[in-house]
Design a protein around this ligand. Structure first.
Ligand SMILES: Cc1cc2nc3c(=O)[nH]c(=O)nc-3n(C[C@H](O)[C@H](O)[C@H](O)COP(=O)(O)O)c2cc1C
Length: 172
């Protein structure tokens, strides 16, 4: 165990702590003036049910940040364990067109692109954005959600893609 009072700088111990934070992997997409983009993210959190809302956090240096800052809508595609290759593609340094060449993508009228075999695709209207340090928090009001029957989330932990598994239920 690492001592909290050790000589380690907080950035290092925090980075190590975040390797222990398992999170479902998403691809956040936007469409703006005929252009579309999408980026892999784990900084995605359910915000409230009243109103139904979700937040996503992006580095200000990312291309998604620039597109999302200018957009009215975005889509959070929660990934299924089947989608690991698409996740890798959407976090790699390639063009938007090269990213969307992987996976089956569709887009309804006035929507952002959604991945047809995602675990869930959550269409949002962008409500607020809050700058904090190197990142911006984008808050989306949920307009609709498409859900895949089988619940098998793609998670990321300690630098690896992982799957979740239910623990045995305790008796009594
Ligand atoms: C599993 C995983 C989760 C990530 N989560 C985030 C995130 O929540 N926010 C973020 O800004 N970048 C995140 N990234 C990094 C971006 O996906 C990566 O920097 C990407 O190349 C940025 O693309 P863009 O500049 O086209 O938007 C994550 C990468 C991986 C592999």
């Amino acid at each position: 165990m690492t001592s909290p009072k050790g000589a380690e700088p907080v950035e290092q111990s925090f980075r190590d702590a975040m390797r222990r934070l398992a999170g479902t992997v998403s691809i956040v997409t936007v469409a703006n003036n005929g252009e579309r983009h999408g980026t892999t993210a784990t900084a995605v959190t359910s915000l409230s049910m009243n109103p139904p809302s979700i937040l996503v956090c992006f580095n200000r240096d990312s291309r998604l940040h620039a597109m999302l800052s200018a957009a009215d809508h975005f889509c959070v595609n929660l990934l299924h364990t089947d989608n690991v290759d698409v996740s890798k593609l959407f976090s790699s340094p390639v063009t938007s067109a090269e990213r969307f060449a992987g996976g089956r993508w569709a887009c309804g009228e006035g929507e952002a692109p959604y991945l047809e075999d995602a675990l869930s695709s959550i269409q949002c209207a962008k409500d607020q954005q809050i700058d904090y340090g190197s990142h911006t928090i984008f808050i989306g009001r949920v307009l609709s959600a498409r859900n895949r029957e089988e619940i098998s989330p793609l998670a990321y932990c300690n630098g690896n893609y992982v799957r979740t598994a239910a623990l045995p239920k305790r008796r009594g």
